[in-house]
Design a protein around this ligand. Structure first.
Ligand code: NI
Length: 155
């Protein structure tokens, strides 16, 4: 078990673009484990590698339907629009309404290097879009259309 500190808004790492994983090494497997441990400890429904200071395209998500680990995730299809409250472990206490696609198809690699395709809807679709945004230096606060709680002072 390794629980990491989660970087918070204002840390420049959160604004960097993460690099694709070229090879699934033991370090990448450890990263997946540490991300899941840190996410469950927080607790949260998703975590992206840059949030623990690692600029690699790796995410974990669990919206209550089991752990999803994805390496080099990409949204390959999206449909519909929904506006729902959203928060982020990197912006503790903040809550704002964010428009997202209602349905997404995401592809990526699992820990064995097998290509996965996930058809997601609702909260899972939202969590995947949120975590993939982190890999491009995008934080949900950039997309809030209405603040509900604790808008960060720096915005
Ligand atoms: Ni987040």
């Amino acid at each position: 078990m390794a629980i990491h500190n989660i970087l918070t808004l204002g840390d420049h790492i959160l604004r960097e673009k993460s690099q694709p994983v070229k090879k699934i090494t033991p370090n990448i497997l450890k990263l997946l484990d540490n991300l899941a441990d840190t996410m469950y400890d927080a607790p949260g429904v998703g975590l992206a590698a840059p949030q623990i200071g690692v600029l690699k395209r790796v995410i974990v998500v669990d919206v209550g339907e089991g752990l999803i680990e994805l390496i080099n995730p990409e949204i390959i299809d999206k449909k519909g629009r929904t506006v729902e409250p959203e928060g982020c472990l990197s912006v503790p206490g903040a809550l704002g309404e964010v428009p997202r696609s209602q349905f997404v198809t995401v592809k990526g690699l699992d820990r064995h290097g097998q290509e996965k395709e996930i058809n997601a809807e609702g909260l899972l679709a939202r969590a995947l879009q949120h975590e993939i945004d982190h890999l491009d230096g995008i934080v949900f606060v950039d997309k809030v259309v209405r603040w509900l709680e604790n808008k960060p002072e720096e915005l």
